[in-house]
Design a protein around this ligand. Structure first.
Ligand code: ATP
Ligand code: PRP
Ligand code: MG
Length: 281
């Protein structure tokens, strides 16, 4: 059985749960359930704090985990990213009172509060900045007002939390993060692991792509294929109408209306878009 770590709390929890459910795995019944055994899919799900997941996977106690890229870096655990999952996107940034600092170079000798001391420490070392890292558990944005720090380094998504306490980001982003699947560095990928990855990638495809069908005059097929090249090449079948063919291809969901317009311009008819329920490519 594959042993997979899943966030039990925090920003990634709901989206990870939804994705696993769409991939066919048994969801947990309530938020107090810490282990779900799913023999039909040969998987055991362990619900753990997102911060601890890279530690378990790095130790090899669990085969794989879903966590944030920033948390993987922060942990320093010997685990590696296998596939990004497209949710839980955020940047990791410096912030302080407006118009105080402009870049990381202004932070030498100052105090920076963060709950990502590993990630921040590595970044400061890379930049050659000697600053004091104040490790806090959360709500680090308040540290400046309370005089514990001169700047903070924290996760920013919409920026609402920072605005609410009157802080502004400065300098380059320290890191870009999203939810990822991790495994122990250098560990062999078992069959069960590859199946998990294929299933999750299938969910991403079903979310990001749609199926398009249309009819077009045979002499315009090259133009049509240029618009809808498909994954491996579109399916082109004869139509029971002299000089016409039917085309079927996958296209990105984003921009599908423009694709329909372009096909219409070159004479396509009966252009249909359908959602993909599940996929395995
Ligand atoms: N508002 C957000 N939007 C998008 N991603 C976020 C947000 N807050 C945190 N994350 C990401 O979610 C992952 C887990 O962080 P989260 O804040 O949920 O964990 P935590 O701080 O340990 O838990 P908690 O906040 O419950 O104490 C990190 O990779 C982080 O980048
Ligand atoms: O830019 P925003 O959309 O406002 O999101 C960013 C906030 O979300 C997270 O907080 P969380 O709720 O996890 O609390 P925490 O700081 O205690 O971890 C993060 O630490 C920021 O505070
Ligand atoms: Mg948090």
């Amino acid at each position: 059985m594959l042993r997979l770590a899943v966030p039990n709390k925090g920003a990634l929890t709901d989206a990870a749960q939804t994705m696993l459910k769409e991939a066919g795995y048994r969801p947990r019944r309530d938020s107090k359930e810490l282990v779900v055994v799913d023999p039909e899919n040969s998987i055991e799900l362990f619900f753990l704090r997102p911060r601890d997941i890279a530690v378990y996977v790095g130790e090899g106690t669990l085969d794989a985990g879903i966590t944030g890229r920033d948390m993987l870096f922060d942990s320093g655990a010997p685990a590696e990213e296998v596939v990004p999952l497209g949710f839980g996107r955020s940047t990791f940034r410096f912030a302080s009172t407006p118009a105080t600092y402009t870049s990381v170079n202004d932070l030498s000798g100052l105090r920076i509060a963060t709950s990502y001391a590993g990630l921040l420490g590595k970044y400061l070392a890379d930049q050659g900045i000697d600053a004091r890292v104040i490790k806090l558990d959360g709500a680090v944005e308040t540290a400046i007002r309370l005089g514990v720090a001169d700047a903070v380094a924290d996760v920013v998504e919409t920026g609402t939390t920072l605005r609410n306490v009157g802080l502004e980001v400065f300098g380059e982003p320290i890191a870009h993060s999203e939810a990822i699947v991790i495994k122990q560095s250098g560990a062999a990928e078992t069959n069960g692991f590859q199946q998990l990855i294929r299933r999750l990638q299938g969910v991403l495809v079903a979310r990001d792509y749609v199926m398009i069908d249309y009819d077009i005059r045979a002499e315009r097929i090259d133009e049509a294929i240029a618009i809808t090249p498909g994954m491996e090449g579109p399916t082109v079948s004869p139509l029971h109408r002299e000089g016409w063919v039917a085309v079927r291809a996958m296209i990105p969901r984003k921009g599908h209306q423009q694709v329909m317009d372009q096909l219409w311009e070159i004479g396509a008819k009966a252009i249909l878009i359908t959602a993909i329920f599940a996929a395995r490519l």
